[in-house]
Design a protein around this ligand. Structure first.
Ligand SMILES: O=C[C@H](O)COP(=O)(O)O
Length: 309
């Protein structure tokens, strides 16, 4: 390692370890307080539609098939086939090999195709493999790349390596937007979540994302709070607005509303837009549709009203 690399590594370490520490008890208490706020019925109606329009509708299973992805695309395009006032989702999030199927199904709809890449979900592969994974997905038509950071490198303190990987993947994305997944359930402390958030943003992330959905805990409210503070503070420091995507374990409309209260109170409404906010979820849409129907008619339509995935 050259002395200049060593110097920049140590400057990076000093910067990340110089960020204010997270008060664990305070963060958990604040997240719980905000989550207990009630939302008025009118606002709830609007937020349910906003939540639908912010969803990255996801399937990330080894057993995924072109047929399953086609079905997901159809659902994302017309979540309520009999109600044209129901918004479509923001993106369909899938493995890279299925990108051509989604591109075909979503052409002209305005729904983005998001591909997980960089040896998702573990992130354990050479940089060359990760970059090729990214280029392949972009060449196949992905509009967005969801990469994972190398948690082993991060937890060993090899921050420069993580930063460099994010930068190189960003360059490989070309015009595609980059979401950087921290896998917060493996980062052990809120301080690490704050440091990894800054590292990803310094590397050029367009979005920072909590989790792969493969590890529990995933998008907890205190973690979301810490990451929202990071995107807020990053904009104040640099002028750049980076988006935020909580993902994993968000299953009910109630969960989504709690996340929205957190965004509103922490960052303000500039983030309440699919351009800066996504909810990564495989089954949340069903509950949002049930609640939407209940608010429109005053009763639940029954579980068979929505598609059972
Ligand atoms: O990125 C999204 C997650 O993989 C979805 O997780 P979920 O199945 O818990 O909704």
């Amino acid at each position: 390692m050259t002395s200049s690399v060593t110097a920049s590594e140590s400057a990076l370490r000093r910067f990340l370890h110089g960020l204010p520490g997270v008060d664990q008890v305070g963060a958990e208490a604040r997240a719980a307080t905000l989550a207990s706020r009630s939302v008025k019925a009118d606002a709830k109606r609007q937020l349910i539609d906003l939540a639908i329009s912010c969803i990255d509708l996801t399937t990330l299973e080894g057993a995924d098939t072109p047929g399953k992805v086609r079905g997901l695309c159809a659902k994302g395009r017309r979540p309520e086939p009999d109600d044209s006032s129901c918004p479509q989702v923001a993106a369909i999030c899938i493995y890279g090999d299925l990108v051509p199927v989604a591109v075909e199904e979503l052409r002209g709809t305005g729904i983005n195709v998001a591909a997980v890449a960089t040896a998702f979900p573990s992130g354990r592969a050479s940089l060359a493999v990760k970059l090729q994974d990214t280029r392949d997905a972009v060449a196949a038509g992905a509009d967005e790349i969801d990469m994972v950071i190398d948690r082993g490198a991060f937890l060993s303190g090899r921050y420069g390596q993580v930063l460099d990987e994010v930068r190189q993947v960003k360059a490989a994305c070309g015009p595609a937007h980059l979401k950087v997944i921290l896998e917060t359930g493996e980062l052990a402390t809120y301080d690490n979540v704050r440091r990894a958030s800054w590292l990803a943003m310094l590397g050029g992330a367009d979005f920072i994302k909590t989790s792969t959905g493969k590890i529990s805990p995933a998008a907890t409210l205190p973690v979301a709070l810490v990451m929202l503070e990071a995107v807020r503070d990053f904009r104040a420091a640099t002028g750049s607005q980076v988006g935020f995507k909580p993902a994993g374990g968000i299953r009910t409309a109630k969960d989504a509303l709690k996340h929205f209260v957190l965004v509103h109170e922490t960052c303000g409404d500039d983030w309440l837009d699919p351009a800066y906010y996504r909810l990564g979820a495989s089954s949340l849409l069903n509950d949002l549709l049930l609640q939407r129907q209940r608010m429109a008619t005053g009763r639940y339509a029954g579980r068979d009203y929505v598609t059972v995935d």
